[in-house]
Design a binder for this molecule. Structure first.
Ligand code: GDP
Ligand code: MN
Length: 391
């Protein structure tokens, strides 16, 4: 799950990392009021940033500076009217503009190949890291964290020196170890700061000093670990999720869309995979993986059917239920209800065995469903039906 920059920054602040202050505004007037507060606190400019879950906001016109509250209002209105990579901007972050000396890239990343958290850094920050990785891979420094001890200070110092951050060693070490700590604290897959910036700050009596600050933050969380952290689910952004994925999650279904034409509704992950194999063996291509889970009742079956039929490529459906906790007659009731509601009629072959299979058979016969006795037969007929033969 991706979270917005402002939320990611809150997690960083909670871990003690240096992030400039900010407010989130939903209207230009709110942005103006926030800008007023930051300018009154002594800043010369404010930065206004679109809160959308895509990178490259700067290039797309979603990050702008403003020198007055009026300008902030105008800029915010313009950003709030933007669509960035197809996503409408609903909120902006407003904060004091940093006086940037140099931009770096620093991220804690879950590296699946080495099965470790690694810290990746580059002195070429601000730009897209994928570009740096493609053009000049040597400009990226990678140091693995220890699986148990975390990211030790000596490694953080190594990273700092290799990025040329020797003058900001203390800050750099705190940030590097803090990123890995943040990663573990919230079960994140990625904690990315781009740019991590050396910023100039005016102190008392005109004194100028430099320090490191996290100016941007991108965090992705492991969906499977969300249950371990109170409050993180609330950070979910509805724009982040594909509508089908959301419907599946809300209905408690495991659904993965594929490229084929045969919709599959199965109970149990193993059976769902076996069903997909048989569809392939019969010469078809599954349109999805769908596990309605154990003990699924009629409403879950209707939700599953809606998901399958929402895919316009689906031209035949194979229902394969092996009743244990799941009761065949419940599934049959769900199928009948779903067919009454559905707008699109697609040939369907149903195979239900196990608990209450007899009850299911009676219901399905009465409702004139096509049933099959074996899975092989069901797969074969579903594939034939998708090619135009009667189910
Ligand atoms: P992204 O384009 O979505 O990654 O958004 P960023 O927050 O990284 O901003 C893009 C770029 O805008 C940064 O690399 C900076 O060059 C610039 N920028 C962001 N915040 C500030 C700021 O406070 N002051 C200044 N001067 N530039 C900023
Ligand atoms: Mn950035």
């Amino acid at each position: 799950m991706k979270i917005q920059e402002a939320d990611a920054k809150s997690l960083l602040v909670a871990q003690g990392l240096p992030v400039p202050p900010w407010e989130v505004a939903q209207t230009a007037a709110e942005a103006r009021a926030a800008a007023n507060r930051f300018l009154a606190a002594g800043g010369k400019q404010v930065v206004i940033k679109a809160q959308v879950l895509v990178g490259g906001r700067g290039k797309a016109g979603g990050v702008k500076l403003a020198g007055s509250a009026e300008e902030a209002e105008r800029v915010a209105a313009a950003i709030l009217a933007l669509q960035i990579k197809g996503i409408a901007v609903h909120k902006v972050l407003v904060g004091p503009a940093a006086d940037i000396v140099k931009e770096f890239y620093l991220a804690a990343v879950l590296d699946r190949a080495s099965r470790r958290v690694i810290l990746m850094g580059s002195a070429e920050g601000g730009v897209e890291i994928e570009q740096v990785a493609a053009d000049r891979p040597e400009a990226i420094v990678t140091i693995p964290a220890h699986p148990l001890a975390g990211f030790l200070p000596f490694k953080a110092r190594q990273m700092a020196f290799r990025l040329g951050l020797g003058d900001h060693l203390k800050d750099a070490v705190a940030i590097a170890t803090g990123l890995v700590r943040t990663m573990h604290a919230y079960d994140a897959d990625l904690v990315e700061i781009n740019p991590l910036a050396v910023v100039r700050e005016a102190g008392a009596a005109g004194a100028v000093s430099e320090r490191l600050q996290c100016l941007d933050a991108k965090i992705t969380l492991d969906d499977s670990a969300l249950a371990r952290h109170a409050g993180l689910e609330d950070l979910r952004d509805p724009d982040d999720e594909d509508p089908a994925d959301r419907a599946a999650r809300e209905a408690g279904l495991t659904f993965i869309k594929l490229d084929g034409t045969i919709g599959c509704m199965v109970n149990g992950a193993g059976l769902a995979m076996a069903t997909m194999d048989l569809v392939k063996r019969a010469g078809g291509e599954p349109a999805n993986f769908l596990d309605i889970g154990g003990g699924a009742r009629a409403d879950k079956v209707t939700a599953a059917m809606r998901l399958i039929l929402a895919d316009p490529k689906v031209d035949a459906i194979l229902v394969n239920i092996f009743g244990g906790i799941t009761r065949g007659d419940e599934v049959a009731r769900g199928l009948i209800e779903a067919r009454q509601q559905q707008e699109r009629d697609v040939p369907m072959v149903v195979r239900i065995v196990g608990t209450n299979a007899e009850g299911a058979a009676v219901l399905l016969r009465e409702a004139r469903f096509e049933t099959a006795a074996t899975l092989d037969e069901a797969a074969r007929r579903a594939v034939a039906a998708s090619r135009g033969a009667p189910a």
